[in-house]
Design a protein around this ligand. Sequence first.
Ligand SMILES: NC(=O)c1ccc[n+]([C@@H]2O[C@H](COP(=O)([O-])OP(=O)(O)OC[C@H]3O[C@@H](n4cnc5c(N)ncnc54)[C@H](OP(=O)(O)O)[C@@H]3O)[C@@H](O)[C@H]2O)c1
Length: 280
Amino acid sequence: MAHNTVPSITLNNDVAIPQLGFGTFQIPPADTKAAVLTALEAGYRHIDTAQMYGNEREVGAAVRESGIPRDEVFVTSKLNNDKHDPAAAVAGVAQSIEALDLGPVDLYLIHWPMPEVGDYVETWRALEGEYKAGRTRSIGVSNFQESHLERLLAETEIVPAVNQIEVHPYFPQPSLRAFNRNHDIVTEAWAPIGQGAVLDDETLAAIGAEVGRSVAQVTLRWHVQRGDIVFPKSSTAARAAENIALFDFALSDEQMSRIDALDADRRLGPNPDEFNWVPE
Ligand SMILES: NC(=O)c1ccc[n+]([C@@H]2O[C@H](COP(=O)([O-])OP(=O)(O)OC[C@H]3O[C@@H](n4cnc5c(N)ncnc54)[C@H](OP(=O)(O)O)[C@@H]3O)[C@@H](O)[C@H]2O)c1
C-alpha cells in the first residue's frame, strides 16, 4: 500500500536502512514471533531487537517464516552489557547471529557505553573487527553521549553508522542530534512516543485534529520530518498498522515548531553517563 512506503536512509558506509522500523523491547519471547509477523504483514521491513530483550530467536524465526527475501528486511541487534570485554563482544556477535539465524546482521550496536565497566573503546574495536570480517553489514552505538563519541572518533577507525538514543517531544536532544549529524552519524530515536508518555499531550492532540491523525502518528511524523530513524513498538496489530501509516501526510513548519516547543528536557530512561548495569 502506498501509504506504507517507507523511505530509506543511506548510512555512512552506503548501507540503506528503512527510516521506520518495528521495536521489540518488552515484547515477551512467547509473543514476539506473532508480533513481528504482524508487523511484516503491515509493511515493516526493519526490526530492532537486542540481546537484552531475550527475543532475538523469535525475531529471526518470524523473518524466516514470513517468506520475505532476507535482503528486504533490515535487522538490528545489540550487544548485551555483560559482553564489553573484546573477546566477549566477538562471542556476543556470534551468539546473536546464531540466535537470529539470518546470516550476517544488518546493524550491530553497543547497547550502552557503561563508562565505568571496562572500556567501550576496546569493545568498539572488537565490533570493527566483526564488521571487517563481514559478520555485520554495519556497526553503531546506542546511548552514547558526546564525550563517548569523541573518544571513538579520536581513537578508532570506523565512525559509527548510527547512535540510537532516547528522543521524543519531551526530550528532543538538540545538541546530541546535532553532534551526530555533524559527524555523519544517523540518529535513531528510541521511545519515539515516550513509551506512551506523550499520548495525552494537548498540543499533539490539537495538531492531530488539524491533520486528521492520531497523536502517535503526529509524533512519529515529527521524527520522520526531522530525519531520524524510528521504530515504535506495539504488540497491538491495529496500532502497529497505525504507526506505519505516516507517509501520506505532512506537518507544516508551524506544526513542527509547536512540537519542538514541547521540549521539557525530560529523560524517561537512565542517564548513560551513570548507567552501568550489567545483567547477572
Ligand atoms: N537502545 C536502547 O537503550 C533502547 C531503549 C528503549 C527502547 N529501544 C528500542 O526502541 C523501540 C521503541 O521504544 P519503546 O518500545 O521503549 O517505546 P515506544 O515505541 O515509544 O512506545 C511503546 C508503547 O506505546 C504503546 N503504543 C505504541 N503505538 C501506539 C499507538 N499508536 N497508540 C497508543 N499506544 C501505542 C505500546 O503499547 P502496546 O504495545 O500495548 O500497543 C507501548 O506501551 C523499542 O521497542 C526498542 O526496539 C531501545
